[in-house]
Each structure stands twice: as C-alpha cells, then as structure tokens.
Design a protein around this ligand. Structure first.
Ligand SMILES: *Cc1c(COP(=O)(O)O)cnc(C)c1O
Length: 345
C-alpha cells in the first residue's frame, strides 16, 4: 500500500528539488522552512491537479492558509491524479461556502479559554495550544482560526494550572507542538509537568504523518526522559502510513511512548469501510491504537467533508465486524457551543 516508499521519495526529490541532497531533505528544519505555500509552488510539483486547481488559483476563497512540507507534497503526487486523499490538503472552491450552523470556532473553545492558549472545556482537563503552526494545514481543520499563529507565552497558562489544582490532565496541542524544536518542546512539557497537580500529560500531533523526518532519535530520547507521556497521532488515510512514517511510530514506541490515533471521518476521503479498516489495521500493526473517529464538526467552509452520522455509525459497525476490537475507535462528536465530546456509537 506504500505508494511513497524511499525510492519514490528519492525520485520526487531529485525531480522537483534537484538542488537538495538527501541529507537536507531528511532534515525536519529544511522541510519546515521549505513548506509549499502558494498555488504556483503546488502546481509546480503537482502538475496533474485538474478540478482542484480552480480553487488554488483563487486564494480569496480559501478558509485558511496553505502550507505543506515537500514530503507531504510528494505523498500527494504519489497518490496520483484525482486521488481523494489530495482533498485533505488542496483547497476546494466549496471552502468559500458558509452553511447555516457553521462556525469559525466550531468546538466553542473561545468561551472556554482561561488563559492565552489554554482551553478548559472539562472540569479536570485542559488543552494547551502551544503554537498555531503545523507542518501541513488540513483543509478540514477545526482550529483554522489559530492556524499559522506563533508560539504562545506559557506564563499565564502555567499560572492558571497552578491556581487550579483540580485540572490534572493536560493535552498539549496546537497547531502542532512537534513543529517546535526539541529544546522548546522540552520546555513546554517541563513547564506543565512542574505543576504538582498535573498527573497526566499528552501531546496531540499530526507530525508523524506530515513530517516523519521530525521523529529523530534525539526527539525520542527527549520524550523518553519525560515519561509517562502519551501521544495522540492524526492519521486520516492509509496512504499516510508510509514506511518512513511507520519507522517514526516504532521509534516512539521503542522509547516507551504509547500512541493513540484520532482521525476525522471525511466524506469522499475515508468514509468507506475498506479505507477505514485499512487505516485502523495499519495503525495497529504499527503500535498505534485507534482512539477516536471524529464526526467532522461544523467548521465554517467544511460542509463538503461532512458525512451523515447514521452513515458513520453504520460504517464503524461494519468495520467492527471485520476486525479485531483493538482496531475499532470510538465515534465521537464535539458539540457546539463547546463542552464535552460525546460518543455517537
Ligand atoms: C477532546 C478534548 C480534550 C480531551 O478529551 P479526551 O476525551 O479525554 O481525550 C480536552 N480538552 C478539550 C477542549 C477537548 O476538546
């Protein structure tokens, strides 16, 4: 299933980034600095985009900026013309459509923001948005409003946690905290850990899928020294489970970091039993437990990604009949205007 193996990656690099050696390409910093951000750059490496190109050429219709690592661009190229996976990262003209009931803050997080970058929607859990940057911006992003924003100042968030010892569970997310370098990420984890009442720390990241070059030995070592620490990954399609991505997953579990996966049910991309089963079983084979399958929320301009809940339930039931229980996530909805998620299955 790996359409973007080391050989394909090398071919893509030599063809479209001829001045770049393997060493640079494999450097996460190079990948981040060279994210593709404009229509011309994307069309250069994906000349076979057809329908999608219409939106690319009209940035005023985009619901959020565009960026993806050269690695991700290569994966989209390898997926092939018309592959539905491309929709997760290529702007669509339908993004401009705002339907009734859609919101720019679909999880209702703003009213629950208790300090800059700290969201508390549950009595004992808090969500720390460590940065607004990601290695690639998913077009269905629920947090498009923070997209591209820089790192937050942790002072007020940590002060809040110290003053509220009932919060014992902190989820470090963003943006994507793994775009921070090892030193900065260690500072964030340590600052949260230093709050005596915080007993459970986890990280939410799509970097293992979008920038596997970031999962270095030194990162694994740094995280290992900070256990217990759990990571939620975000794989949405089996194509993302390239050999390189899987290598990163093994490196993380070798370091003793348990991995869970959250993915969003996306119409026309992964809303069929075969794709979901391939994704969930691929995750299990690489030590990742499928945790949540999120119903696509009512984020403004994402109507074309939503699947009826009855269909989501039926799909998950079908997958559950076909595979091991470990591979079956819970089907979850995030209610508006904010508050706790609830299971739909
Ligand atoms: C989802 C979420 C969490 C974590 O929820 P779990 O169900 O424990 O994984 C925490 N805070 C916010 C705001 C969330 O949306």
């Amino acid at each position: 299933m790996d359409c973007f193996d080391a050989a394909a990656e090398g071919r893509f690099r030599r063809r479209f980034f001829p001045g770049t050696g393997a060493r640079e390409w494999n450097d996460a910093g190079w990948q981040l600095r060279n994210r593709l951000r404009g229509a011309a750059e994307v069309l250069r490496v994906l000349p076979d985009l057809e329908e999608e190109a219409r939106a690319l050429e009209r940035p005023e219709t985009w619901r959020m900026p565009l960026a993806r690592t050269p690695y991700m661009a290569g994966l989209l190229a390898a997926a092939g013309a018309g592959h539905p996976y491309r929709r997760t990262l290529i702007p669509d003209v339908r993004e401009v459509r705002r339907r009734p009931g859609e919101h720019s803050d679909p999880l209702g997080e703003l009213p629950h923001q208790v300090a800059p970058g700290l969201v508390r929607a549950y009595p004992h859990k808090a969500l720390l948005l460590a940065t607004g940057e990601c290695a690639a911006y998913c077009r269905y992003c629920t947090r498009a409003r923070t997209c591209g924003g820089g790192a937050v100042d942790l002072g007020a968030a940590v002060a809040y946690l110290r003053a509220h010892p009932e919060v014992d569970d902190v989820l470090i997310s963003g943006g994507d905290p793994l775009v921070l370098d090892d030193g900065r990420l260690a500072e964030v984890i340590d600052a949260v850990r230093a709050v005596p009442s915080v007993t459970f720390v986890r990280i939410g990241t799509k970097v293992p899928a979008t920038l596997p070059q970031r999962i270095t030995r030194s990162l694994a070592k740094m995280l290992k020294a900070r256990r217990p620490l759990w990571i939620s990954t975000h794989f949405s399609h089996p194509l993302e489970l390239t050999a390189r991505a899987c290598e990163g997953l093994w490196r993380l579990t070798d370091a003793g970091i348990p991995l869970m996966n959250q993915c969003v049910l996306l119409r026309g991309v992964n809303d069929d039993a075969e794709t979901l089963r391939a994704l969930f079983e691929g995750l299990i084979r690489n030590n990742v437990r499928p945790y949540y399958l999120h119903d696509a929320d009512e984020a403004a301009g994402t109507g074309h990604f939503r699947t009826p809940r009855a269909r989501g339930r039926a799909l998950l039931r079908e997958v559950a009949r076909q595979t091991t229980g470990y591979a079956v996530p819970r089907y979850m909805a995030d209610p508006w205007p904010g508050g706790m998620k609830h299971p739909l299955d």
